[in-house]
Write a new protein. Structure first.
Length: 180
């Protein structure tokens, strides 16, 4: 029959295959298959400078698609403290996207970020960054969004290098200087 060695090998392989799993989860949004832990999410991981001239702000996308938005407090719109805080107010840049999640549609090759009535859909190019952005189904130019209204305050991309994750400031810089 089977030796103890071949049975042990078979059981070890079964355990390893079960532990490895499929490598990700997927959902369906509007009938489109969306992968939440796709390698494509790693492409967009990083800190994006979403500042305005009077308000320094950063949007951080984690490898799993989780989004955190940070506001620097020592600028014209802040509290005057030399620290960063997560956005909590509707008047802060990209507040709608804080604690939300980016998903990726492999069939459309598009990323989606939904938050409090704002839906941002975009492509990503490793040389130019965010491309073909649509906010609530309205196309932008490839240079980015800069929308501020009484109930909406969104800025993504713009100005070339702002489209790609920042090399000037890293998430470790921000988290090391969080407001207490």
């Amino acid at each position: 029959m089977y030796s103890k060695t071949s049975i042990t090998t078979l059981l070890t392989c079964s355990v390893l295959l079960t532990a490895c799993g499929g490598g990700g989860s997927s959902d369906s949004i509007g009938g489109v298959s969306v992968t939440n832990t796709a390698p494509e999410l790693k492409l967009i991981t990083g800190v994006y400078n979403t500042s305005r001239s009077d308000d320094e702000s950063y949007l951080y996308i984690e490898e799993d698609g989780d989004v955190e938005v940070y506001d620097y407090q020592n600028d014209d719109q802040g509290s005057g403290l030399n620290c960063y805080s997560k956005t909590t107010s509707i008047s802060q840049i990209n507040h709608h996207f804080n604690s939300k999640k980016v998903t990726y549609s492999g069939s459309d090759k598009l990323y989606t970020l939904e938050g409090d009535g704002a839906t941002l859909v975009f492509g990503f190019d490793t040389k130019t960054g965010l491309t073909n952005m649509k906010l609530n189904n309205t196309f932008s130019t490839d240079t980015g969004f800069n929308i501020k209204a009484s109930n909406l305050n969104i800025r993504i991309g713009g100005g070339g290098s702002l489209n790609l994750p920042s090399t000037r400031i890293q998430i470790t810089d921000i988290t090391a200087a969080l407001c207490k």
